[in-house]
Design a protein around this ligand. Structure first.
Ligand code: ADP
Ligand code: MG
Length: 590
C-alpha cells in the first residue's frame, strides 16, 4: 500500500484514469491512498475516518465507479448523505470521475421535483445518492428497489446521526440485500457511530487519517482578544486589511448570522448568510455566487456550512468561539486546503480565555495571539486600493467623456484640491481617520508581552503550581518550562522557580495563566486527578512532596511516542484519559 504514490498505481481502467486526470487530481490524498486499494481488491466493508476536506468522496467513488458493471437492471450502489448539498456534491464528483463510463447516477433528495426523480428511477439508474428521508419515501412508495446492491455507503455518518437520521438509515438497511459492501465515512467516531458499525458491519477494515496532520499544517491560526462590542468592527477591519478575503464567518446562532450579514452589507462588504432557515433554492444560489466569487464572504452557522465544498478559501473567522474543540477543527478545516495556505481567525473575549486554551489543548494546535490591524493599517491598505483602482482606470482608458470637465475644474482650482475633492466624492470617508476608532485591547493582555513583568514578580500576581510530571518521565526544568510555554503561551522568562522532583514539579507563573492552566486541566481530567493543580504549600517541596506523589496515576507517559497520535484518532471522547501523554506527544513533535 505504501508504494502507491500516484493515481496511475491503482491500476484503474482507462476511462476512470482519464477522468481523474481530467479532474486535475495529481496525487491521491492519504485517505484515498489507503482506502482505494482495499476497495478495489477486496469485498470488505470499510470504515474511513478523516477530517472534512480530505477527499473522502473520491476515496469511495473511484472504486465504486471502477468496479460497477454497466447496463444494470437494478440499482447497484446507494450513497446516503446528511444534506441535499452533500448529495449534490457527491453526485457532481461521481459524474466527473466516471468520465466516459456509461453509469447512470441520480440524486434523490427533498426539495427536488419528485417527478424528475421518478422518471429517472423508472428509466433505470446504477447509483443513487440522496438524503435518508427522501430515499425512504421512494422505498416506501415502491419507486426505489435496493435489494441487489453491490455498495451501500454512509457518507458523513456522524453528521447524519447528529441530524437524527439513525432510524431512517436502519429502516433503509432493512430493504437491502445481505451480500453488499458497506462503507462508512465520517470525520469523527462518536459512540453512536461505533454502535451502528457493530450492528451492521460484522467485519470491516478501518482506515484513518490523523486529524492534526490534515487540518492544521497549512492553516495559520490566530486569535484576537477583544471586547465583546468590538467583534464586528474587528471583522470589518480584518476583511478590509486582507489582500484577499474569501472566507466563511462562523456565528453560533441564526440570528447572529442574519445580523452580521446585514451589518456587513450596510458597510458595503458583499456577503451572504447561510443557516438552517434559508430555503433550498436560495442556498443553491448562494453557493453558486460563492463558488464564482460573486460574493467573497459567507456568514454561516456550523450546520449550514457543513459540507460546503469550496476549496480555496483564504480565511475562516470564528466570530464566536465554537462550542467545542471538534467544531473548531471542522471550521478551520475549511481553509488551508488543496495545498494552499489559509488563515483561521478566532475572536475571544476575556471570559473565554479558558475555553480557547481548552480548544487549543484538545486539538493539539497552536492558536497564536495576533494584534488587530490598527487604524493606520487600514488607512494604508485603503490608500493602496484607491491608488490601484485609479491606476487601473488610467491604464484601461474609457474616461475621455470626462476630460473636458476635468479641464474646466482645473481652471479654477489647485490640481491637488480638485483631485482631493473628486476622491472624496468617489470614496467618501474611507480615508477619514476620524471615522475609525482604535480597539481597546483588554488590559490583561499586557502580561503576555512582558510589559508587566515587574508586577508579575510581586507575590500577589504570581502563583505556585504543581505539575504531575517529573524526572521519572525524563523531564528536566527545561521540559517543564517548555510544557508551561506550550500550554499557556507565556514567555519563558515569566516562569520562575522551577523545581523538578521525581514524580512531579513546581513552578511559579503569573496568576492569570495559572488559573487558566488549572481550569483547563481540571476540565481535561473530568473528575480524575488533573495534571496541573495549585501547589498546596512549600512544605510539599521541602519534603520532596512525598505526601502527594502516590496520588497521581502516571501510566502511559513513557510509551507516548508511538501512541500519542492514536489516542486522538479514537475521537475526542477519550480526551480525558491521559493528559500527560498529550504533553509528551507535543514535546516529541517539535
Ligand atoms: P471530504 O468528503 O473528505 O470532506 P471531499 O471529498 O469533499 O472531502 O474533497 C474535498 C475537495 O478536495 C473536493 O473539492 C475534491 O474535489 C478535492 N479533492 C479530492 N481528492 C483530491 C485529490 N486527490 N487531489 C486534489 N484535490 C482533491
Ligand atoms: Mg464528504
Amino acid at each position: 500500500m505504501s508504494t502507491i504514490t500516484t493515481f496511475a498505481d491503482f491500476g484503474f481502467s482507462t476511462e476512470i484514469y482519464e477522468a481523474v486526470k481530467a479532474k486535475g487530481y495529481e496525487k491521491p490524498s492519504p485517505i484515498q491512498e489507503q482506502a482505494i486499494p482495499i476497495l478495489l481488491s477486496t469485498n470488505s466493508n470499510l470504515v474511513g475516518k478523516a477530517q472534512t476536506g480530505t477527499g473522502k468522496t473520491a476515496a469511495f467513488s473511484l472504486p465504486i465507479l471502477e468496479k460497477l458493471a454497466v447496463n444494470n437492471k437494478k440499482v447497484k450502489a446507494i450513497v446516503l448523505t446528511p444534506t441535499r448539498e452533500l448529495a449534490m456534491q457527491v453526485a457532481e464528483e461521481m459524474v466527473s470521475l466516471k468520465g466516459s463510463k456509461r453509469l447512470r447516477i441520480q440524486t434523490v433528495y427533498g426539495g427536488q421535483s419528485m417527478g424528475k426523480q421518478l422518471d429517472a428511477l423508472q428509466r433505470g439508474v446504477d447509483i443513487v445518492i440522496g438524503t435518508p428521508g427522501r430515499i425512504k419515501d421512494h422505498i416506501n412508495r415502491g419507486t426505489l428497489k435496493i435489494d441487489d446492491l453491490d455498495f451501500f455507503v454512509l457518507d458523513e455518518a456522524d453528521e447524519m446521526l447528529n441530524m437524527g437520521f439513525l432510524e431512517e438509515i436502519e429502516e433503509i438497511l432493512e430493504y437491502t440485500n445481505d451480500e453488499k459492501q458497506m462503507l462508512l465515512f465520517s470525520a469523527t467516531m462518536p459512540k453512536k457511530i461505533l454502535k451502528l458499525i457493530s450492528s451492521y458491519m460484522s467485519d470491516y477494515k478501518l482506515v484513518e487519517v490523523e486529524s492534526s496532520q490534515q487540518t492544521t499544517h497549512l492553516v495559520d491560526q490566530i486569535h484576537y482578544q477583544l471586547k465583546e462590542s468590538d467583534r464586528f468592527e474587528a471583522l470589518c477591519r480584518i476583511i478590509d486589511c486582507s489582500k484577499e478575503f474569501y472566507g466563511i464567518v462562523f456565528c453560533n446562532t441564526k440570528r447572529e448570522v442574519d445580523e452580521i450579514n446585514a451589518r456587513l452589507n450596510e458597510r458595503g462588504i458583499e456577503s451572504e448568510a447561510l443557516h438552517g432557515d434559508i430555503l433550498q433554492a436560495q442556498r443553491e444560489n448562494i453557493m453558486k455566487k460563492l463558488k464564482k466569487h460573486k460574493c467573497n464572504v459567507l456568514v454561516a452557522t456550523d450546520v449550514a456550512a457543513r459540507g460546503i465544498d469550496v476549496n480555496d478559501l483564504t480565511h475562516v473567522v470564528n466570530f464566536q468561539l465554537p462550542q467545542d474543540p471538534e467544531s473548531y477543527i471542522h471550521r478551520i478545516g475549511r481553509t488551508g486546503r488543496a495545498g494552499k495556505e489559509g488563515i483561521a481567525i478566532t475572536f475571544v473575549s476575556k471570559n473565554q480565555t479558558h475555553d480557547l486554551m481548552f480548544i487549543q489543548r484538545i486539538s493539539n494546535t497552536k492558536i497564536r495571539k495576533g494584534e488587530l490591524p490598527s487604524v493606520q493599517d487600514v488607512i494604508t491598505v485603503k490608500k493602496q486600493i484607491i491608488k490601484d483602482k485609479i491606476t487601473n482606470i488610467i491604464e484601461h482608458g474609457g474616461y475621455s467623456h470626462y476630460e473636458e470637465l476635468a479641464q474646466e475644474i482645473l481652471e479654477g482650482n489647485d490640481p491637488e484640491v480638485a483631485l482631493a475633492a473628486i476622491l472624496k466624492q468617489a470614496f467618501k470617508d474611507q480615508l477619514n481617520i476620524e471615522k475609525y476608532t482604535e480597539f481597546v485591547v483588554p488590559q490583561y493582555d499586557e502580561r503576555h508581552t512582558g510589559a508587566r513583568r515587574d508586577h508579575s514578580k510581586g507575590k500577589s500576581n504570581t502563583s505556585r503550581i504543581f505539575i504531575a510530571l517529573g524526572k521519572k518521565d525524563n523531564n528536566g526544568p527545561r521540559d517543564i518550562v517548555d510544557f508551561i510555554v506550550q500550554e499557556t503561551n507565556l514567555k519563558a522568562g515569566l516562569i520562575d522557580e522551577v523545581r523538578v522532583f521525581d514524580a512531579f514539579s513546581f513552578a511559579t507563573i503569573p496568576t492569570e495563566e495559572a488559573e487558566t492552566l488549572i481550569m483547563v486541566h481540571k476540565k481535561l481530567a473530568k473528575g480524575g486527578k488533573p495534571l496541573v493543580t495549585i501547589a498546596k504549600d512549600r512544605d510539599d517541596e521541602r519534603s520532596g512532596g512525598g505526601t502527594r506523589s502516590g496520588g497521581f496515576r502516571r501510566d502511559g507517559g513513557g510509551s507516548s511516542r508511538g501512541g500519542g497520535g492514536s489516542s486522538r484518532s479514537g475521537g475526542f471522547g477519550d480526551r480525558n484519559r491521559e493528559s500527560s501523554g498529550s504533553y509528551e506527544r507535543k514535546r516529541f513533535k517539535r
